[in-house]
Design a protein around this ligand. Sequence first.
Ligand code: GDP
Length: 413
Amino acid sequence: GGRPAVVQEKPGVTRDRREFVAEWQGTGFLLIDTGGWELKPGEALTSEIRSQAEAAVSAADAVLFVTDATTGLTDDDAGVADLLRRSQIPFVFAANKVDDAAKEGAAAELWSAGLGKPVPVSAFHGRGVGDLLDALVGVLPDLGKLPEADPVPSVAVIGRPNVGKSTLLNRLAGMERVIVSEIPGTTRDPVDQMVDLDGRVFRFIDTAGIRRKPKIKEDADFYSVLRAREVLERADVTLLMIDAFEGVTHQDQRIAADAVEAGAALVVVVNKWDLVDDEARHRLESDLGDRFGFVGWAPVLRMSALTGSRVGRIRAALDLVLETRTTRISTGVLNRLIREWTGAHPPPVRAGRRPRIQYVVQGGDSPPTFIVFVSGGELGDDYLRFLEGRLRDAADFTGTPIRVFTRSKDRRR
Ligand code: GDP
């Protein structure tokens, strides 16, 4: 019932490996669509798909083997059947396109595969799909039930063209999971990629957009900002990649500002660390202070997506910022703190009026949002920044934007 893989009548059309988080009768599982499997290496893309399928099967807990009852067993089917019989892996054998009872006879012929009785289904009409899922859940190893509320966090990888986004994604996904191919039509519309990082699954958003390369240089930077805006809407965390050698550019600043605006948590990835010499390193460090000062609370990871050096630190950074993004400070603690802060640094007089902070509440999280009730005047931006700084000292808000709004308590406003 999720976003479907591309379905067409021609063999070999389902190209990328699609993954879906699925659930049946309280058992959760990750369903991987391998994009079809042909044992005979043909054109380039077919062999790419085959190696992906083989990798998927070797990493799988169970296999759902789908055959076409209307065509009977092909040589390729027989090859797969042979492999399944010899392997230890649990499997379910499905005979598809059994649209009505009359076609069940055709399914019976598939007994010849030597895999026992096929489960007759019609994927198109939904016939027999419940029984198929029962069978599938039945052969899965018992890994416990699905946790109640643990939605998969969404991660957006953003940055200017050529900073290394695809390289990083491929490295994280491993096994060349993202097909990078010059064959037209391989890159499709927004595709999310589920990636398992040391046992925790993350949803990487719009991985197709990462691979889509604009042709014209001027458009490229503009496009990268535009794409970032779109994916940020859906992201819990942003991995903002910059090029260690080029330092922090104006475009990088715009993308970072958009990330803050959208409210996603932020991790800055300084990529191509393998290329920097002392001079570039100094330039970068001062850039981070001068030009990325406004996101100084974001963790900065220096790495090389190409060599894989320090890429392993991403998981811990994601865990951290997902946690801090939901941090809450109780109203009691908040107001004790605010009395301290305003006692030491009262809000300055503005336009002849001295504002007074009545109290503060945390209105929400993701990102943490604070509402300051004020009377007798207005707080200036400087003072709001001062409060944000104090709040960041009071609790760990590493990697998350926080918002501070004011509400006037003055009756006439
Ligand atoms: P994208 O446009 O952001 O997706 O960038 P790509 O992943 O396509 O990378 C652009 C180029 O930078 C490619 O030639 C990569 O091999 C190279 N590249 C990516 N990461 C690194 C890295 O960590 N170090 C070096 N030296 N090159 C890298």
